[in-house]
Write a protein that binds this ligand. Structure first.
Ligand SMILES: C[C@@]1(CC(=O)O)c2cc3[nH]c(cc4nc(cc5[nH]c(cc(n2)[C@H]1CCC(=O)O)[C@@](C)(CC(=O)O)[C@@H]5CCC(=O)O)C(CC(=O)O)=C4CCC(=O)O)c(CCC(=O)O)c3CC(=O)O
Ligand SMILES: NC(=O)C1=CN([C@@H]2O[C@H](COP(=O)(O)OP(=O)(O)OC[C@H]3O[C@@H](n4cnc5c(N)ncnc54)[C@H](O)[C@@H]3O)[C@@H](O)[C@H]2O)C=CC1
Length: 192
């Protein structure tokens, strides 16, 4: 049983601190930007890999700070992702973030995480988050690939049409719920 509760964060309005600009840091930034191209990210690292720098330059919302981690960088941040190759530093980041009640992810160290970064599928307005409860990130990746493949791009047209129809409905709340349920009944074979 997976007890995690997924939420959909407006990372373009929240300040994300990412520490560590190597392989793992690049992977985290890549998925963050793939899902949320305007994510507000401050990246702090002693050194940044070439891949990290290229990725960061694809948007103007990533700020690079070439420095060792310091507690001061937690100021004004909502979410923290620790991805250095120094376990003691990752632990320190986690402890100092927790003191401030910040939500923290220590990449690849589930025990130190408040939240996991999951697999993400985006089709226009539709977004699906996938978690295996940390059991198999590779399975999360495969399910993400499967859903990206089988969900048609036209799914977003359907959502837009449903939204227009919903806006055009005149009647009380109960009437709208009924109308929307009737219209979408054919989408799935189960009854709600
Ligand atoms: C718990 C979690 C914490 C977190 O990092 O948030 C975590 C933990 C760990 N990952 C590890 C390794 C790998 N991670 C991936 C890939 C992804 N990992 C992601 C999330 C998560 N990884 C969180 C759980 C999510 C869930 O609930 O399912 C994804 C979904 C999202 C993302 O990274 O943004 C992204 C796929 C994105 C995509 O493609 O869609 C691959 C595969 C690959 O790269 O091909 C490998 C190599 C294969 C392997 O080792 O399994 C290791 C072992 C490290 C070691 O060997 O020491 C640990 C530690 C452990 O499991 O103990
Ligand atoms: N690369 C991979 O695919 C995997 C890596 N890991 C683990 O994840 C961790 C990170 O790995 P990589 O990203 O590959 O390492 P890396 O060496 O590519 O990147 C680490 C980054 O952290 C920065 N850094 C180190 N100490 C710092 C500090 N005090 N303040 C600020 N920045 C600091 C370095 O400058 C570097 O940019 C390691 O512990 C590794 O064992 C685990 C599984 C897979």
């Amino acid at each position: 049983m997976n007890h995690l509760y997924p939420i959909f964060l407006k990372v373009h309005e929240l300040n994300v601190l990412l520490i560590g600009g190597g392989n793992v840091g690049t992977e985290k930034l890549q998925f963050l930007l793939k899902s949320s191209p305007q994510a507000q990210v401050t990246a702090v690292s002693r050194e940044f890999s070439q891949d990290f720098l290229e990725l960061a330059s694809s948007t103007d919302t990533v700020t690079l700070i070439e420095d060792s981690y310091d507690e001061k960088y937690l100021g004004g941040k909502h979410i923290v992702i620790a991805a250095t190759d120094d376990k003691a530093v990752n632990r320190q980041i986690r402890d100092e973030a927790k003191e401030r009640y910040l939500l923290v992810n220590v990449a690849d160290t589930p025990d130190l995480c408040d939240f996991y970064l999951g697999g993400i599928v985006t089709k226009g307005n539709l977004k699906i988050a996938i978690s295996t409860n940390g059991k198999s990130p590779t399975a999360a990746k495969r399910i993400r690939q499967l859903l990206e493949e089988i969900l048609p791009d036209e799914f977003d047209d359907l959502l837009e049409n449903l939204n227009s129809y919903r806006a055009s409905l005149k009647g009380d709340f109960e009437y709208k719920v009924k109308a929307m349920n009737e219209l979408t009944e054919g989408l799935v074979n189960v009854r709600s």
